[in-house]
Design a binder for this molecule. Structure first.
Ligand SMILES: Nc1ncnc2c1ncn2[C@@H]1O[C@H](COP(=O)(O)OP(=O)(O)OP(=O)(O)O)[C@@H](O)[C@H]1O
Length: 285
C-alpha cells in the first residue's frame, strides 16, 4: 500500500494533511503517533476508503482488502454482539469457523449475548476489531484500538495483532497515544505533526542512547552552550540530555579542555518516547 503526496483540507486554506508520502508492506506493523489534531485519523480514513476526496495518489495491489477500526464503528446498539457479528459475517461471506476463531482470540465469548449498547468501551473496541477482520483483510487499520481497555485487554489485543501479522501476513497500521505500546508492537513508526510526517522511527535502533550529564550549578550553562549543537539537546536544571549513538569520549574531552567536568554521566537505550519528544521540540510535554 502506497500513498504519494497526500493532501487533504476540510476547510479552504487549512490543510489537515500536506504532501504526505506513506508506504506499508504486508507482514509489517507500522505505528502512527502525533499530537491531537496532527492528522492521524484523517490519514487512516483516506487509506481505508472512508474519505474519498483528496489530492494525491493511492496505490494498492489488485483487489487488496482493507479492514479498519476508526472512531466509532457503526453497530446495531439494540442487538447483541453475536447478532452484529453474524450480520456482518453474512454480508462479507465469512465462515463460522473464521468467526469462532476471531471471537476466541479476542476473548469475547462471555459477553457476546449482551446488547451492544450495554458494552463497556473496551468491549466495543474488541467488537470493532472483530468486525474489521470479518472481510479477511490484507491490511488492517486500527485508530487507537486500545483506547478504554484494561492492561490485560491491551496485552491481549496487541499480542493478537502480532499473531495476525505473522499467521496471515497482513499489514497493520496502528495509532495510539501510548508510545510504549506503539513501540512494542510496531516495526517502524511515523511521527506526524501539523499534517506532515516529521520523521520515522525504526523500532530496532538499539544502538542509540539517551545520555544525561549532570553539572554543578555554576557550570551547567557553560556546558550547555558548548554542547548546544548536539541534535535534540535538552537542559533541565543541572541536567543536560541528548540522544547519541557515538563514542562519548570526544564530548567529555571537549568539555575537559574548558575544565568542565560532569558530576555524573548516565546513559540508557533511547525509546520512541525520547525520539517523539525530540521531534516535538517546542510543544508542551
Ligand atoms: N470532518 C472534519 N471536518 C473539519 N475538520 C476536520 C474534520 N476531521 C478532521 N478535521 C481537522 O483535521 C485536522 C486533523 O484531524 P485528525 O482527526 O486527523 O487528527 P488526529 O491526529 O487523529 O487527532 P487525535 O489525536 O486528537 O485523534 C484537525 O485540525 C481537525 O480539526
Amino acid at each position: 500500500m502506497e500513498m504519494k503526496r497526500l493532501s487533504k483540507s476540510f476547510k479552504k486554506g487549512e490543510l489537515a494533511l500536506s504532501k504526505v508520502d506513506f508506504t506499508m508492506q504486508r507482514g509489517e506493523v507500522v505505528g502512527l503517533v502525533g499530537p491531537n489534531g496532527a492528522g492521524k485519523t484523517t490519514l487512516m480514513k483516506v487509506l481505508s476508503g472512508i474519505i474519498v476526496k483528496y489530492d494525491g495518489e493511492l496505490i494498492m495491489g489488485d483487489q487488496a482488502k482493507v479492514g479498519s477500526l476508526i472512531e466509532k464503528p457503526k453497530f446495531f446498539p439494540n442487538r447483541s454482539g453475536l447478532y452484529n457479528i453474524n450480520y456482518f459475517s453474512a454480508l462479507y461471506g465469512a465462515s463460522n469457523k473464521q468467526m469462532d476463531d476471531i471471537i476466541e482470540s479476542l476473548k469475547m465469548a462471555s459477553y457476546l449475548k449482551k446488547k451492544v449498547k450495554h458494552y463497556s468501551l473496551g468491549m466495543k473496541q474488541r467488537l470493532g476489531i472483530a468486525l474489521a477482520l470479518i472481510s479477511n483483510p490484507d491490511y488492517l487499520i486500527l485508530d487507537e484500538p486500545t483506547n478504554g481497555m484494561d492492561p490485560d485487554g491491551i496485552r491481549n489485543i496487541l499480542g493478537y495483532v502480532r499473531e495476525l501479522v505473522k499467521e496471515r501476513n497482513i499489514g497493520v497500521l496502528i495509532s495510539s497515544h501510548i508510545l510504549e505500546d506503539v513501540e512494542n508492537i510496531s516495526d517502524r513508526v511515523y511521527v506526524i505533526k501539523d499534517g506532515a510526517f516529521v520523521n520515522q522511527y525504526s523500532c530496532d535502533r538499539e544502538h542509540e542512547q539517551v545520555i544525561s550529564l549532570a553539572f554543578s550549578e555554576g557550570e551547567v550553562h557553560k556546558a550547555f552552550s558548548m554542547l548546544g549543537n548536539e541534535e535534540g539537546i535538552n537542559k533541565q536544571q543541572n541536567l543536560i540530555s541528548f540522544i547519541y549513538d557515538g563514542d562519548m569520549k570526544p564530548i567529555l574531552q571537549h568539555l575537559g579542555q574548558q575544565e568542565i567536568y560532569p558530576t555524573d554521566v548516565k546513559s540508557k537505550s533511547a525509546t520512541l518516547e525520547d525520539f517523539y519528544f525530540e521531534q516535538m521540540k517546542g510543544e508542551a510535554k
